[in-house]
Design a binder for this molecule. Sequence first.
Ligand SMILES: N[C@@H](CCC(=O)N[C@@H](CS)C(=O)NCC(=O)O)C(=O)O
Length: 214
Amino acid sequence: MDFYHLPLSAPCQSVRLVAKALGLHLNLKELDLLNGEHLKPEFLKINPQHTIPTLVDNDFVLWESRAILTYLCEKYGKNDGLYPKDPKKRALVNQRLFFDMGTLYQRFSQAFYPVMMEGKELNADNVVKLDEALEFLEIFLDKTAFAAGDKLTVADMTLLATITTIDVTAGHDLSKYQNIQRWYAQLKESVAGYEEICVEGAKKFREAFNPINK
Ligand SMILES: N[C@@H](CCC(=O)N[C@@H](CS)C(=O)NCC(=O)O)C(=O)O
C-alpha cells in the first residue's frame, strides 16, 4: 500500500502506529507540503482534497486519518482488538475518534497554529478552550485504562499522536492532568514505534514552524 504522508503530521503518525500494530507494511511516500507537492496534478488525481494522510490500496484510495485507521483494522486486522465489532464498544471508539478530530486536535490547532505558523501571540481564550478539551479527555480516562474502555483501540493511537503534538511540538503544560499522564506514560512505553514515529515527528513539527525555537 502506498501511503502519502509527512512525518510531522499527527494524523499521518496515527496511521503508521496502527499499521505497525497490525503488522502491515506501508510504502511511505513523503509529500513536501511546504513546497506545494500536494497541489500538483499527479496528487490531485489521487486525492482532489489534497490532504495527507492518503492511502492507496491497489485501486482503492482513502484519506481522513481516522477513516484509514478503521479501514486498516477491518480489512487487515486478524481480530477486532483495535476496533471492536460489538456495536456499543465500537460506538464509543468512534465517539473518541470524532472527539479527537473535532474537539481536541481542532482546539490545539486553533490555539497553536497562529503562534507556530504566523508568529502571533497565544490567544488566552483559545488556550482555555484547549484546556477544556484536555479536561474532557481527563474525564474519559477517569474510569478506564484506555480512551474507549479497558483495552487499547485505534482511539488511543490517534489521541496519542495528538497529545504528543500538544506536548512535544507546542510544549503545552499537561502536568495537571493526572489521568492523561498515567495513560500517556503507559502508551509511550507500550506502543510499538512510538518514539520514532510520534516523538521524532513532533520534534520536526516544532523545528519547522515554532518561531519560539528559531
Ligand atoms: N482530518 C484530516 C486532516 C488532514 C489534514 O488537514 N492534513 C494536513 C496536514 S496535517 C494537510 O494535508 N494539509 C494540506 C491541505 O489541506 O491542503 C485527517 O485526519 O486526515
